[in-house]
Design a protein around this ligand. Structure first.
Ligand code: GDP
Ligand code: CA
Length: 319
């Protein structure tokens, strides 16, 4: 049997929703998600992988749909108890159900299993219907350089502190991938690119999701060596983010907050960039030299439109 093999680069919410569409659009395909782990963080001694969990919970039917992260039917007893002790950090939402995931992950990592194996073990419960790979087994953490509100001097804080605690209100001057020099693509990533029939770049944050994945040494080269066409989907619609903080990240890299700006940032594959095709919303004309730009409704508001978007991305990738 010969299945269509699809690889998707994904962050959290935008990536997870898009993956659900790809799964619906091409039943029977072998889908591999290469997921950002730059948001990963250790809190209260537990290793937390927000984007991996969002992807696995979303595809496995365990996500809180409204929030877009964490578990449906969540309770917050442990968080309240930690707050009663005055335990820091108190700004990160750790639900009781979610905690079980982090406990198992931490225990397995401590026992010496690599993150890719831990992710596979956790996915065994959720049966996401796609192979979920971390971008790397090595620890890579995105830090954000901001002016310390107290001292006025530059300081690097973890991405989660910038986004969850400060709601991205502190101006960033740089994003730093701590640990990236020692990272390698996780087992299966390079192989997935090598045998792919289509590679899709999800409408995820171009800087702190897709940019972080592409920063893993060797990953970009393996991606560009794929025999498949690479089609990307814009996370920017009508000059604004749909949700999240990409509009706070893009200017830091001098990228215009527009479908055209992100398309040009990714660039044409024929010109040293990434893209063979680029999907933008109707009314968002984008001129990206050397790239097949297509206008398609981009809002993943319900399963049907999301599957139609994924179908259009697969068409653009020639599958
Ligand atoms: P995060 O890790 O949770 O921040 O999620 P991602 O990096 O995967 O995705 C965040 C990006 O998804 C944001 O830049 C949003 O603009 C984009 N996004 C969210 N929902 C939609 C949607 O329905 N359509 C499109 N095109 N982009 C979306
Ligand atoms: Ca994320």
């Amino acid at each position: 049997m010969c299945f269509v093999q699809i690889v998707v680069l994904a962050g959290g919410t935008g990536g997870a929703r898009f993956l659900r569409g790809v799964r619906a659009a091409e039943p029977g395909a072998e889908i591999t998600a290469v997921v950002n782990t730059g948001d990963d963080v250790t809190m209260h001694g537990l290793r937390i992988c927000p984007d991996l969990d969002t992807v696995v919970y979303t595809l496995g039917g365990g996500i809180d749909e409204e929030r877009g992260w964490g578990r449906a039917g969540e309770s917050w007893t442990v968080k309240e108890e930690l707050a009663a002790y005055g335990a820091d950090p108190d700004w990160f939402g750790l639900g009781d159900r979610d905690l079980a995931t982090h406990l198992i992950r931490t225990r397995m990592l401590d026992a010496g299993y690599p993150l890719s194996a831990v992710t596979a073990a956790l996915a065994d419960r959720w049966q996401p219907g796609v192979t979920v790979l971390p971008m790397s087994d090595q620890r890579v953490e995105t830090h954000v350089v901001v002016d310390d509100p107290e001292t006025g001097r530059p300081r690097a804080i973890h991405f989660q502190e910038w986004w969850v605690r400060h709601r991205a209100a502190l101006d960033a001057s740089a994003f730093v991938q701590v640990g990236v020099d020692a990272a390698r693509p996780a087992p299966g990533v390079v192989e997935a690119f090598a045998t792919a029939d289509a590679v899709l770049v999800a409408p995820s944050n171009p800087v702190v999701s897709i940019g972080t994945i592409l920063g893993v040494p060797g990953l970009r080269e393996a991606l560009l060596a794929t025999p498949a066409r690479i089609a990307g989907v814009s996370p920017i619609v009508g000059g604004a983010v749909v949700r999240g903080m990409a509009d706070r990240c893009l200017p830091v890299l001098d990228i215009e907050v527009s479908a055209e700006g992100v398309g040009r940032h990714y660039g044409a594959r024929s010109d040293g960039g990434l893209l063979d095709a680029w999907l933008v919303a109707p009314g968002d004309p984008a001129d990206v030299a050397g790239v097949d730009v297509r206008q398609v409704p981009l809002l993943m508001s319900d399963p049907e439109t999301t599957a139609a978007l994924a179908r259009a991305a697969l068409d653009a990738a020639g599958v």
